[in-house]
Design a protein around this ligand. Structure first.
Ligand code: DX5
Ligand code: ZN
Length: 219
């Protein structure tokens, strides 16, 4: 049976000059690779532009989990689905027409994800859940890797889990996931875990992915 838990290493703080080697370190033990796209407008940081991202998506041996931290997300979301990302996550705070964009992403053939910043509550958006394959509850302010896990988000994760009910929607957390925090997020109901610095700062990233998976309760 397929695992209920997914570990998606974020390559944001991996070695950008040798991404193929960095991804190869974790490819055998990870479920997806998390690709953080930042435009220096929605968040105060910039990562890869679209042409660079297209190359990463095309070369990656694992499905790509694209997390779009960009203002123009209703247009860019569809571009990432066309580029072959397996999952495309848009921020509710940036989207003018979330339902249309999420449906468009699905129609192209990608999974549709909806992300909430720490200050955004889930309750107003429950009617969007029918357009969503993954809900992302940010556990840091988006923009940078290596920040401290916000344990106060666990209440939101619990409420999101309740709203999801028995729908097959993945519940993702992103930010500060480590051996110290992953079990806390799992206990609150998360099943899909982004881990950046915990994985790529570890001496053996693949061992860390497996140790994180184990710490989340997957045997
Ligand atoms: C932050 C990004 C995260 C980041 C996570 O805005 O969305 O995906 O890479 O990095 P860590 O795991 O180091 O908090
Ligand atoms: Zn992310």
């Amino acid at each position: 049976m397929a695992s209920e838990i997914r570990i998606t290493p974020s390559i944001l703080n991996a070695d950008h000059a040798h991404l193929d080697l960095e991804i190869a370190k974790v490819a055998a033990v990870s479920d997806l690779i998390h690709l953080d796209i930042m435009d220096n407008l929605f968040v105060p940081n910039k990562s890869w532009d679209f042409s660079e991202a297209q190359k990463i998506i095309a070369a990656c041996p694992l499905p790509i989990d694209a997390h779009l931290m960009v203002n123009d997300v209703d247009r860019i979301g569809l571009e990432y689905a066309h580029a072959g990302a397996a999952s495309v996550t848009i921020h509710i705070e940036a989207s003018q027409k979330p339902s249309t964009t999420l449906q468009g992403i699905r129609k192209i053939g990608a999974r549709a994800g909806l992300a909430l910043k720490p200050g955004t509550e889930i309750e107003g958006y429950s009617d969007l859940l029918s357009d969503v394959d993954m809900l992302l509850i940010m556990t840091v302010e988006p923009g940078f890797g290596g920040q401290k896990f916000m344990a106060q988000m666990m209440d939101k994760v619990r409420r999101a889990k309740k709203l999801i009910g028995d729908r097959p929607i993945w519940l993702q957390v992103d930010g500060g996931i480590s051996l110290e925090t992953i079990a806390i997020a799992r206990e609150a109901g998360a099943d899909t875990f982004v881990a950046g610095s915990a994985v790529f700062n570890a001496p053996e990233p693949a061992v860390m992915v497996e140790t994180l998976r184990h710490a989340a309760g997957d045997l």
